[in-house]
Design a protein around this ligand. Structure first.
Ligand code: ZN
Length: 249
């Protein structure tokens, strides 16, 4: 979603803080069913193709949520959209459905197979774009693309090698998120080396979706990133901006 950017930009202006228009997108993974997160920086927040793709992703997810809620309703159990409010980051999706089902006791008393079917159905989220399509959308909007939190790509294996990430890089990535929210600080060193090997620039961030750490503090703004990364990233973004198709008048 790009809807908060205008407000962020004007707040930045009044406080002397540089705001870079950014977005996190969820794309279909190369193989397998899980998703991959991409970060776009310096995107034009009014880019028509990007906005249309985001709207399509949102509509697909709404339909998915309705389908799962209807399947639950068909069993005579009530779970409504409003019950999912507390679990959503941006808008309700598979995770909100799963949390909603578990915490509101939807599965209680159901045969195990039926409960499992509902959970699988909820988790099987639709994807509006492949990784390559998402990369092209961001580039088309004049932005650069970084692979978000590679440490989360495979559960329990935070340190991915360059060989493991090459196929992602070849989808057109500009950068890799080296500074990311993983316990300890050891990941950034590793991922800076991996980025180097893959010929990628580096980014960093807190991946904040309103999540809290173990002490209940917000992550927002608490992932330091060296300022030296900014210039090469901004230069790359100007290359993509220059390549944009001229807008039809
Ligand atoms: Zn993410």
């Amino acid at each position: 979603m790009l809807s908060g950017l205008a407000e962020a930009e004007s707040a930045g202006l009044s406080r002397g803080v540089q705001v870079i228009a950014g977005i996190e997108m969820t794309a279909a993974r190369l193989q397998g069913r899980r998703a991959v997160h991409l970060l776009g920086y310096w995107v034009d927040r009014e880019d028509a193709a990007l906005l249309a793709a985001l709207a399509r992703a949102r509509r697909l997810m709404e339909t998915h949520v309705d389908t799962v809620l209807a399947a639950i309703g068909a069993l005579g159990i009530r779970l409504e959209r409003s019950h999912l409010e507390g679990y959503r980051h941006r808008y309700a999706g598979g995770a909100a459905l799963v949390f909603g089902m578990l915490q509101r006791g939807v599965l209680r008393g159901l045969p195990a197979g039926t409960g499992m079917r509902l959970l699988r159905m909820a988790a099987d989220e639709p994807r509006a774009y492949t990784l390559r399509e998402a990369v092209d959308l961001v580039h088309g909007a004049g932005g650069i693309v970084s692979l978000a939190h590679p440490a989360k790509l495979r559960r329990g294996e935070p340190l991915q090698t360059a060989a493991e990430l090459r196929a992602y890089a070849e989808c057109g990535l500009d950068a890799l998120e080296a500074w990311q929210w993983i316990p300890h600080g050891w990941g950034s060193e590793h991922y800076r080396r991996v980025a180097d090997e893959l010929g990628l620039l580096v980014t960093g961030g807190s991946d904040d979706h309103g999540k809290r750490d173990a002490e209940g503090r917000s992550r927002l703004g608490r992932q330091p990133v060296t300022a030296a990364v900014l210039e090469p990233l901004s230069e790359r973004a100007s290359v993509w901006r220059a390549r944009r198709a001229p807008r039809s008048a």
